[in-house]
Design a protein around this ligand. Structure first.
Ligand code: CU
Length: 133
């Protein structure tokens, strides 16, 4: 049994299509790490505002090796705390409406919880991601 030339072309296209599709799907499933645009800057400033129970923006991104000024404005009295950087940026007491600056060198990569210990509750209000470059 022999195939017509057009049938053979269709089969060949199919053989190319399948691995190409598999490769594209595999690439799409690999988590993409998007570094902040200012990853090469020696120091960066970030701002966030606590509204209710969450920071806006909730997620803050910086890169390992950067000097960071993280300015956080809160709408209630409490204590701001960046987990995992307790020594570099000690927890700070804040008043409602006040902005505090957590200043530290981002020496460790990872995800760090930002907590707010208020009068009535302890809340996880956001996440700081220190990217490995
Ligand atoms: Cu805490």
């Amino acid at each position: 049994m022999s195939l017509s030339p057009s049938r053979r072309r269709a089969l060949r296209a199919g053989f190319l299509f399948v691995p190409l599709t598999v490769a594209l799907l595999a690439a799409a499933c690999v988590p993409q790490t998007i570094l902040p645009a200012d990853c090469d800057a020696p120091s960066v400033t970030r701002q966030a505002t606590l509204v209710g129970e969450r920071l806006s923006p909730e997620q803050t991104d910086i890169c390992r090796g950067q000097g960071v000024q993280f300015e956080i404005t809160v709408d209630a009295a409490g204590v701001l705390h960046l987990h995992g950087y307790d020594d570099e940026a000690p927890a700070q007491a804040v008043e409602a409406g006040q902005t505090v600056t957590l200043a530290f060198a981002a020496t460790r990569a990872g995800q760090f919880h930002i907590e707010f210990h208020g009068a009535t509750a302890d809340m996880e209000i956001g996440i700081l991601t220190v990217h490995e470059r």
